[in-house]
Design a binder for this molecule. Structure first.
Ligand code: NOJ
Length: 740
């Protein structure tokens, strides 16, 4: 039976007082219990966990989403443990719960923080119905490697975009008040550097210089913490020789001392014990010591803490005061969540699953995340009036599970509306729709129905091919070394092309793909990522021009896998390439000397440009930017510069455009990227409408970590661009001059 304690009464006591009061009453075993998170999936959780919870040996459970079981576990914690401390109930709610939103990389293509916030809010409310009070999201690892399966879960390659959208996700999950019904704690992950795994192989080593770490990889984490993210998860990876789960530089120096984080850090799954597998420690006890000393407050699975920390304290190898601080970090979050006031869930306090708002949000997100990569001769949109038949072909046209993407533990496949269903519904007998799946899965090597596919394409006015990757080809431990369309899809494209009708490719995938071998075979490409539950209605609306595509790439699409890492904000190098310094190996004159072309940074077989650049995305409207200007040619530290341009919709349909602001700092104490995103705005324009797009750039926005790891804004010359992609050419200049 729990004893009555003052920490239970909210009253006037501050959270810090309540934490202190509770800590004072806790035994060492109970403290370490708070640092222990266990798997509790399955129907027998109550039987399995009852005694451990009664004894105060569990602080958190993960993967239990049966609300009755969760409530019973909370009841045991409240009424049958000595101090009645409620449980944190964690779950990977990554891009939706029952209603599945586009994968995070797809959401990032919307460049719309409000929408991303709404998606997270819907997910939080649906998950909260099950008693979940903590999600392991957002994942804000910066990655420049589409081979990495977890790029699907990321917000792309750019630290600014990922920061803005990561913050929006934190706000969506946590709401205005963490203690209110429908708010769940967020977990920014994976701290840090995970996105830089060598060759995109999941869990592989990372080598990131401190300067790169601070200027790129850490920025979204700082932003998430400033936005109030309650928790952080460590990375599985080994960062510069010190695995993240044992990395005191990251977890103590940066996170606590420099950033003042007062939430808690959870390890990744069993990553404490993996310190021994990495070769950092000799055994589980040493791993518990290393992780706790480094600053991992809670261990997810593994049991090294619960088994070894009490003894390590008794032996004097771990200071109990340090344990107290770590437990305080955990309790603080429990208090902030209001769990001591009410740990129970009443689903009827929350919106119904997949209600109208959830489904509308899912449609909107799928609409805004799709990127029109190419559209020759206005192949899209299709006109219902001018068509009499459409051939729908491919393994992703009617694949209700595959369209959901990775990490959908709770996603309800019954809610999925596929593109084939939506197209049939939209055309409703007025236009004939014929369908050949052609391949069982995206990986199939079976061409026996390709003739049939080509035949229905030949008979139709247009062929719409639904290609891509099934969901299992991306996500954790699902990296690929070859990122072409898998299986015989390229052959399918070729065969359908031969039918001589316009060919539209709609691609659903968890990563950028190398599309070089099909790009010239199709008239248009709509890249939809894994769009989630409402893929069908959104894609049908886009194909038939009810809506105009407006997504922009949050990540660069390489021509060939050998170009990776290729990203827009590269350094200039001492020998930057240009169109007239490069040559293709097929064009090298056999008699030429080694230096007959410029000695610059390019590949003889791929040049130096991507297939599709960061920020790229076409529309059914036409957007023109002009008259770029700043309100000053010189500013001083502390000033704000206004940068503006006129944006006109010179097309014939209303549409949304994402205007992007880029900057280059020409000379730095450390070399600076050739372009850096510093702002973006999603704007809706009617045909013929012109609007003034204005950005405000504070000199702090131009700060970077110098070679002494100091955050500085240096005087000097800057280039600034506004446009519809990172390739925009509309540029002007300004200078920062010294104050004196
Ligand atoms: C391992 C993954 O790396 C992490 O992102 C996830 O949250 C945990 N497993 C829990 O499922």
């Amino acid at each position: 039976m729990a004893i009555a304690t003052s920490h239970k009464q909210a009253g006037q006591a501050s959270i810090e007082q309540r934490v202190e009061d509770l800590l004072r009453q806790m035994t060492l075993a109970e403290k370490v219990g708070q640092m222990n998170q266990v798997e509790s999936g399955g129907d027998h959780a109550v039987v399995h966990l009852r005694h451990a919870i009664q004894d105060g040996h569990i602080g958190s459970v993960l993967n239990q989403v049966d609300v009755e079981i969760v409530n019973e576990l909370q009841r045991i914690a409240e009424n049958e443990s000595r101090l009645g401390i409620p449980l944190l109930v964690g779950r990977d709610v990554i891009h939706g719960f029952k209603t599945v939103m586009p994968i995070p990389l797809g959401q990032a293509a919307s460049w719309d923080p409000d929408l991303v916030r709404d998606c997270a809010r819907v997910a939080a409310r649906e998950a909260a119905r099950s008693g979940v009070n903590w999600t392991f999201a957002p994942m804000i690892d910066i990655t420049r490697d589409p081979r990495w399966g977890r790029i699907a879960e990321s917000l792309g390659e750019d630290a600014y975009l990922a920061s803005e959208l990561g913050v929006a996700m934190v706000e969506g999950f946590q709401g205005d008040d963490l203690a209110s019904v429908g708010s769940i704690a967020a977990c920014a992950k994976h701290f840090a550097g995970y996105g830089a795994v060598e060759s995109g192989r999941d869990y592989a080593t990372t080598n990131v210089s401190e300067n790169e770490l601070r200027n790129v990889h850490l920025r979204p984490f700082k932003a998430a913490i400033d936005a109030g993210a309650s928790t952080l998860m460590t990375s599985f990876s080994d960062l510069d020789g010190v695995p993240a789960t044992g990395n005191d530089f990251l977890l103590r120096q940066v996170l606590r001392e420099e950033w003042g984080f007062d939430g808690f850090v959870v390890s990744d799954w069993d990553s404490v014990r993996q310190l021994a597998i990495h070769g950092l420690t000799e055994n589980d006890a040493a791993s518990a010591l290393a992780a706790a000393t480094a600053g991992v407050d809670m261990e997810m699975a593994g049991g090294a803490y619960i088994h070894h920390l009490p003894k390590l304290v008794e032996e004097g190898r771990v200071d109990e005061a340090m344990i107290d601080e770590m437990v305080a970090n955990i309790l603080r979050v429990k208090f902030r969540l209001g769990l001591f006031e009410n740990p129970y869930t009443n689903p009827s306090d929350l919106p119904a699953i997949a209600d109208e708002h959830a489904l509308d949000t899912a449609v909107q997100a799928a609409l805004q995340s799709a990127v029109l990569l190419k559209n020759d001769d206005h192949a899209l949109p299709l006109s219902v009036e001018r068509l009499s038949s459409v051939a729908v072909i491919g393994p992703m046209a009617d694949a209700p599970y595959e369209q959901l993407g990775t990490w959908i533990f709770d996603g309800d496949i019954q809610l999925s509306v596929t593109p084939l269903q939506a197209i049939r519904r939209m055309l409703d007998g007025n236009v004939e729709v014929r369908y050949v799946r052609a391949m069982d899965t995206s990986r199939s090597r079976q061409s026996d129905t390709f003739d049939e596919a080509a035949a229905i394409a030949g008979d139709a006015d247009v062929a719409v091919l639904f290609l891509g990757e099934e969901s299992i080809l991306s996500g954790e431990a699902h990296s690929r070394a070859d990122i072409n369309l898998p299986g015989d899809q390229a052959e399918l494209v070729r065969r359908v092309r031969e039918a001589g009708k316009p060919v539209i490719a709609v691609i659903m995938a968890g990563r950028p793909l190398t599309l070089t071998n099909i790009v010239d075979q199709v008239d248009a490409i709509l890249f939809a990522w894994h769009p989630g539950t409402m893929a069908g209605p959104a894609i049908a609306d886009l194909l038939f021009g009810i809506e105009s595509p407006s997504g922009k790439l949050p990540v660069t699409f390489p021509r060939m896998v050998g170009q990776i890492p290729i990203y827009y904000n590269q350094k200039n190098t001492g020998k930057p390439p240009s169109p007239d310094t490069i040559i293709h190996l097929d064009d090298i004159d056999p008699k030429a000397s080694q230096t007959s072309h410029g000695l610059t940074a390019f590949h003889l077989d791929a040049g130096y440009t991507p297939l599709f650049a960061f920020g790229h995305g076409l529309s059914y409207a036409r957007f023109e930017y002009q008259n770029l200007r700043t309100n000053a040619s010189e500013i001083r530290p502390g000033d704000t510069l206004q940068v503006s341009a006129e944006l006109t919709n010179t097309g014939e349909v209303p549409a949304e455009e994402v205007a992007q602001l880029y900057v280059r700092d020409l000379v730095g104490n450390v070399t600076r990227p050739v372009k850096e995103l510093k702002g973006f705005k999603r704007l809706r324009l009617d045909p013929g409408q012109t609007i003034e797009v204005e950005f405000r750039l504070h000199t702090d926005d131009l700060a970077f970590y110098d070679r002494n790891m100091q955050l500085v804004t240096e005087p000097g010359e800057f280039h600034v661009w506004i446009g519809g992609s990172s390739e925009t050419g509309l540029r002007t200049e300004f200078r920062i001059v010294d104050s004196d």
